[in-house]
Design a protein around this ligand. Structure first.
Ligand code: NAP
Length: 275
């Protein structure tokens, strides 16, 4: 057992994470030796844990709330995209004892859209983003990279959206939270990145009268898979994409680096994670 490569998701709490199901499914599907665990790590134990893990056979880790920002200070190398996003979700422990940190959330977001909507043209028109938290940062960077010409941003706390505009530049237009409806006029793409709509939270409700049926609409909340926002957009005729695929795709680069095989995200993967 000692030589079996190990990886983990590190968070606090962490029991809700779907990553162990995902990575252990891929390990078994591709017949690879390896183990993927969930490790609950308190904030004050993070630095020590990260340095101790490689000695226990860990070759890498995913990082979730509340450690995504703190790991940047603890890593020896940080990719440009993780620096830009200001958080990391994937760590690689190298043979020489270094910690390499990356952020694959934005990659996961666009890979999911490209898979579900193969003819998605990011340059087709403005994109509307609701929310300005950690996930929104990754999605802004990903959409800007993909060539979206204008990003309209609305957040309950407007100041946070203004801060993202100051950081990420002129392509962002900030709208008031109460203008969320008019913000959808002529957009080609819309995404909810708030935690509204999650099981146990209030629903995310926005007037969709201005939304074109040609727009692609996605929600990164994946519990439930079909949010009220997605259902309302589908009723208007929009193509909709749920948030589970983002979670699955963000795991691909880490798994490939740790275990040497690029895993596929397909219906069988979705079923395995939802089972
Ligand atoms: P976060 O940094 O805590 O940001 C939360 C966002 O939700 C903020 O914009 C916040 O607005 C907004 N919000 C919370 N309660 C609200 C309310 N009652 N009314 C209006 N806005 C409200 O969280 P995050 O990491 O960005 O994650 C956001 C959601 O995305 C979570 O549900 C998370 O599970 C999901 N997620 C999914 C994936 C995936 O792979 N599919 C990846 C990452 C995250 P304020 O700034 O005004 O507080």
């Amino acid at each position: 057992m000692k030589d079996v490569p190990r990886a983990a998701v590190i968070g606090n709490p962490v029991s809700h994470s779907l990553s162990p199901k995902l990575h252990n499914y891929w390990l078994s599907r591709y017949g690879l030796a390896g183990r993927y665990e969930a490790l609950q790590v308190a904030e004050d134990a993070l630095a020590h844990t990260l340095r101790a893990l490689p000695e226990q056979g860990f070759i890498g880790a995913n990082v979730t709330i509340p450690h995504k920002v703190a790991v940047l200070q603890l890593a020896d190398n940080v990719t440009d995209r993780a620096t830009l996003i200001g958080a990391a979700n994937t760590l690689i422990f190298t043979d020489d004892g270094r910690i390499f940190a990356d952020n694959t959330d934005g990659y996961g977001f666009t890979a999911n859209i490209r898979q579900e909507v193969p003819d998605w043209d990011p340059k087709a028109g403005p994109a509307a983003i609701f929310g300005a938290g950690g996930a929104a940062r990754a999605i802004i960077v990903a959409l800007a990279d993909a060539g979206v010409p204008e990003i309209r941003l609305a957040n309950r706390t407007r100041l946070k959206a203004e801060a993202l505009k100051a950081e990420f530049g002129a392509r962002i237009q900030v709208y008031d939270w109460v203008q969320a409806g008019p913000m959808l006029d002529e957009v080609a793409f819309a995404v909810n990145t708030t935690s509204l709509g999650m099981k146990g939270a209030q629903p995310f409700k926005v007037p969709l009268d201005e939304l074109s049926p040609d727009a692609i609409v996605t929600d990164i909340v994946y519990t439930p898979l079909r949010t009220a926002f997605l259902d309302a957009a589908a009723e208007r005729g929009c193509r909709t994409v749920d948030g589970l695929g983002m979670l699955l795709h963000q795991g691909v680069p880490g798994f490939e680096r740790w275990f040497g095989t690029r895993p596929e995200v397909d219906e069988a993967t979705r079923r395995a994670v939802l089972s």
